[in-house]
Ligand binder design. Structure first.
Ligand code: NAD
Length: 369
C-alpha cells in the first residue's frame, strides 16, 4: 500500500486535508491538485466509500481532472475536489454540511466547493451559511443555478467543431445524431440540434423524458441496447460514463462522438486508441462539457448568464484547436487536450515566475538606494 505522501507525489498533488467532526459524523477529504492558475475549484461528492483508501484514491483522481478541465477551458482556476464519506440517502443534514462549510472556510479560499454526485443545491446552501467559498447556489440566492443550459450549449458548439473537421461544414442540418440520456443536459442539447434541423435518435431509461422529446421534437426512439449500433453520424452520450468500451466500439457506425457525459472512455489509453483506429473523431468529454464549470466560474465574478453562455460558445474554438493538434501529431484527442492544458499551466507558471523575479529585482534595487 502506497503512503498518502507517495500517492500525492505520484500525480503532483499540492495538498490533502482530512476533516473529522464527531458530533455530526462528518468525515471528509479535500484534495487540492494544482493552484497554478487560481484557486482549486471542484464539487463535493458524497458517497458511502467502504474505506478511507478508496475515498482518497477517488478524490485524488477527481481533483487532478479538474486541473486539466479548468486549464483547457481557459479559466483562472486550479483543480480540487472533496469527498464526504457517507450515504447521501440517509446521512444528509444541516449540521453535517455546516461542519463541512466551516472546514472549507478554514482553507481560506484555496479550495472552492460546489455540488457534485450525491450533493445538491440545498446542501450547498447549508455550506454557504459557514463559508463564501462555495458555488452552484440557486439563482434566488444570487448564484448561478442550474448549469445544464450552459453545458448543453458548450456541448453543441464542441459538436459543431467536430462536424466541421469531418464534413467540412459547420451545419448540422440533416445529420443524424444519437443521444443517450435526455436529462438536464440532454434535453437542452436536443433542442439546439432540433433547431438546426438535425435528425434525432434518442434513448433514456426514463420513459417520461423520452415521451417529451419525441412529442416536442419528433425524435425517433430506439431501445437502450440499440443506441450504440444505430446508423447515425454522431453519438452524443449524455447519461453515464464508460459507454465507450470493448463491447460498444465494434458496434459504432458513428463518425463523431461528442456528448456531455463524464468519463466516457472506459479505459482512456486503450479506447482512445481504438477510436483513432476506427477514424472516429472524439471530442474529449472534460473539454466539451466544461460549460458547467464555466457557469460556476462566472458565479465567482458576479453571475451573468449571457456572459457564461458566450464563454461556453468558445468551446467551439477550443475543440477545433484540439482536433487540429491531434491530426497534426497523429495522437488521440484526449492526449492533445491534456497537452494544451499542460502547456497553458507551464506558460502561466513561467509568467508568474518572471513577475516574482522582476519584483525581487525591483525590491533589491529599492533596498540599494
Ligand atoms: P441527469 O441526471 O439530469 O440526466 C441523465 C439522464 O440519463 C436521465 O434522464 C436518466 O434517466 C438517463 N439515464 C441514466 N442511465 C441511463 C441509461 N443506462 N441509458 C439511457 N439513459 C440513462 O444528468 P445531467 O445533468 O443531464 O448530466 C448528464 C451527464 O453529463 C452526466 O454524466 C453528468 O456527469 C455530465 N455533466 C453534466 C453537467 C451539467 O451541467 N449538468 C456538466 C458536466 C457534465
Amino acid at each position: 500500500m502506497m503512503s498518502t505522501f507517495d500517492l500525492m507525489e505520484e500525480k503532483e498533488h499540492e495538498e490533502v486535508v482530512f476533516f473529522s467532526d464527531k458530533k455530526s459524523g462528518l468525515r471528509a477529504i479535500v484534495a487540492i491538485h494544482n493552484t497554478m492558475l487560481g484557486p482549486a475549484l471542484g464539487g463535493c461528492r458524497m458517497y458511502p466509500y467502504t474505506s478511507t483508501e478508496l475515498a482518497l484514491t477517488d478524490v485524488l483522481r477527481l481533483s487532478r481532472g479538474m486541473t486539466y478541465k479548468a486549464a483547457v477551458a481557459g479559466l483562472n482556476l486550479g483543480g480540487g475536489k472533496s469527498v464526504i464519506i457517507a450515504d447521501p440517502k440517509t446521512s444528509k443534514n444541516e449540521i453535517l454540511f455546516r461542519a463541512f462549510g466551516r472546514f472549507v472556510q478554514g482553507l481560506g479560499g484555496r479550495y472552492i466547493t460546489a455540488e457534485d454526485v450525491g450533493t445538491s443545491v440545498t446542501d450547498m446552501e447549508w455550506v454557504r451559511m459557514e463559508t463564501k467559498y462555495v458555488t452552484g447556489i440557486s439563482r434566488a440566492l444570487g448564484g448561478s443555478g442550474d448549469p445544464s443550459p450552459v453545458t448543453a450549449l458548450g456541448t453543441y458548439r464542441g459538436m459543431k467543431a467536430c462536424v466541421e473537421k469531418v464534413f467540412g461544414t459547420q451545419s448540422l442540418k440533416g445529420l443524424r445524431v444519437a443521444i443517450q440520456g435526455l436529462g438536464h443536459v440532454g434535453y437542452y442539447l436536443v433542442r439546439h440540434l432540433h433547431d438546426e434541423g438535425a435528425k434525432l435518435i434518442v434513448n433514456d431509461i426514463d420513459s417520461e423524458r423520452v415521451k417529451k422529446v419525441v412529442n416536442e421534437f419528433g425524435a425517433e426512439y430506439v431501445d437502450a441496447d440499440k443506441i450504440y449500433s444505430v446508423d447515425a453520424d454522431i453519438f452524443a452520450p449524455c447519461a453515464m460514463g464508460a459507454i465507450v468500451n470493448d463491447q460498444t466500439i465494434p458496434q459504432f457506425k458513428f463518425k463523431i462522438i461528442a456528448g456531455a457525459a463524464n468519463n466516457q472512455l472506459a479505459d482512456e489509453a486503450k479506447h482512445g486508441k481504438m477510436l483513432v483506429d476506427k477514424k472516429i473523431v472524439y471530442a474529449p468529454d472534460y473539454v466539451i462539457n466544461s460549460g458547467g464549470l464555466i457557469n460556476v466560474y462566472n458565479e465567482l465574478e458576479g453571475y451573468n448568464q449571457e456572459k457564461a453562455l458566450s464563454q461556453a460558445k468558445g468551446i467551439y474554438e477550443i475543440v477545433k484547436i484540439i482536433l487540429d493538434l491531434a491530426e497534426k501529431e497523429n495522437i488521440p484527442t484526449y492526449v492533445a487536450s491534456n497537452r494544451i492544458a499542460e502547456e497553458r499551466m507551464n506558460n502561466i507558471g513561467r509568467i508568474k515566475q518572471t513577475y516574482v523575479r522582476k519584483s525581487e529585482t525591483v525590491m533589491r534595487r529599492l533596498e540599494s538606494f
